[in-house]
Design a protein around this ligand. Structure first.
Ligand code: ATP
Ligand code: MG
Ligand code: FE
Length: 342
């Protein structure tokens, strides 16, 4: 199998060709960091325009690099949501046009399913069902990944996502956008115990997350001018990690058996958070795995791979009149996080 993947749901325009044998034959990513940096966050209109300008040349580039024709692909997979709708539409419409022109099946991929299955692209030995901590710019969830298209959500955030908390901390510390990697780097030089910060929802019964209060506490600590930026970055990261570990421990305690503890999404690129989760996995006698850093943040290889998994699992191609979905939960039956209170 050979699948072309297209990703355009946030600020990365990406295309990739991936095989059923887990080979990323070619991939290209154009980041829009420079365009959005002056605004301190992603501006949807700018993102949509940048995707529209860059996507077609990127697809050309990966096809050339791999020396294949569209006709050699078995399907065309594109993110159809959730995400910034303008960008999602650009990618989906492009995929529809290519599918129509070539007669190849269209696979409309849930971006979160891309993240959720990305560990299986990197690790052929990873079997269903696994426990997944999905931590990205817009999501913070604990899922039991039972199979392709089968996700049980045990926890979600009642306010901010973890990546969002990293980005806001970076903004407070004047580290620019995107903030996660910059906070991680600065934290290496700081003392994680220097600044007393809250651990929202730690110890609460339901395994949900909350990061808004942590972000406000970082802001107040920064206003007080009493702490070095590196100490603040390290203390924030430690508080976030403590929350993640406590919440994931709670979720694992009530989860049906799993083969592994797995982490995916942009924040999974953080080495300190990876290390903490790896330790937690050993507490439960579970192997731990997370994809290589380039597969954690947004990319098209994970979208192509999700397409391959869907084909292998026998899912049908999607209709060419399918609509982009700004919201698209992996587990539509999950109870809302309301009432997660302590
Ligand atoms: P979603 O997948 O929820 O739609 P997204 O696609 O914008 O959101 P990703 O690309 O998966 O998110 O992840 C981006 C997020 O990951 C950003 O918030 C970024 O700050 C964070 N991030 C990236 N690298 C690191 C790191 N090393 N440490 C902490 N956070 C990081
Ligand atoms: Mg991004
Ligand atoms: Fe993402």
């Amino acid at each position: 199998t050979l699948v072309l993947g297209i990703e355009s749901s946030c600020d990365e325009t990406a295309a990739a060709l991936v095989t059923g044998k887990r080979v990323i034959v070619a991939q290209a990513i154009a980041s829009q960091e420079a365009e959005h940096a002056p605004y301190g966050g992603v501006v949807p209109e700018i993102a949509a325009r940048a995707h529209a300008e860059r996507l077609a040349p990127l697809i050309e580039k990966v096809l050339q690099e791999a020396d294949v024709q569209l006709a050699d692909c078995d399907a065309i997979a594109a993110t159809a949501g959730p995400g910034l709708i303008g960008g999602v539409i650009v990618g989906l419409v492009t995929a529809k046009a290519l599918a129509m022109a070539t007669g190849k099946p269209l696979l409309a991929i849930n971006h979160l399913e891309g993240h959720a299955l990305s560990p299986r692209l990197a690790d052929a030995s990873l079997e269903f069902p696994y426990a997944l901590l999905l931590v990205s710019g817009g999501h913070c969830q604990i899922l039991r990944v039972e199979g392709v298209g089968k996700y049980q959500r045990l926890a979600t955030t009642i306010d901010d996502a973890l990546g969002e908390a990293f980005d806001k901390t970076a903004k407070i510390l004047g580290l620019g956008y995107p903030g996660g990697p910059a906070v991680e780097k600065l934290a290496l030089q700081g003392d994680p115990a220097a600044v007393p910060l809250p651990r929202p929802l730690k110890g609460s019964k339901e395994p949900h997350f909350s990061f808004a209060g942590l972000k406000s506490a970082v802001w107040r600590a920064h206003q007080s001018d009493e702490h070095a930026d590196a100490d603040l970055a390290a203390s924030f990261q430690q508080a976030a990690l403590d929350c993640i570990i406590d919440r994931t421990r709670r979720a694992l305690g009530r989860m049906e058996p799993v083969t592994a503890l797995v982490m995916a999404g942009g924040v999974a690129a953080n080495q300190t958070i990876r290390g903490g989760l790896e330790q937690l996995a050993s507490e439960f006698d579970l192997p731990f795995t997370a994809p290589p850093l380039a597969l954690c943040t947004d990319n098209a290889a994970m979208i192509a791979w999700a397409g391959i998994e869907r084909l292998a699992a026998g899912f049908d191609a999607d209709p060419l009149d399918l609509k982009a979905r700004p919201r698209w939960p992996l587990d539509p039956d999950a109870a809302p996080a309301r009432g997660a209170g302590v």
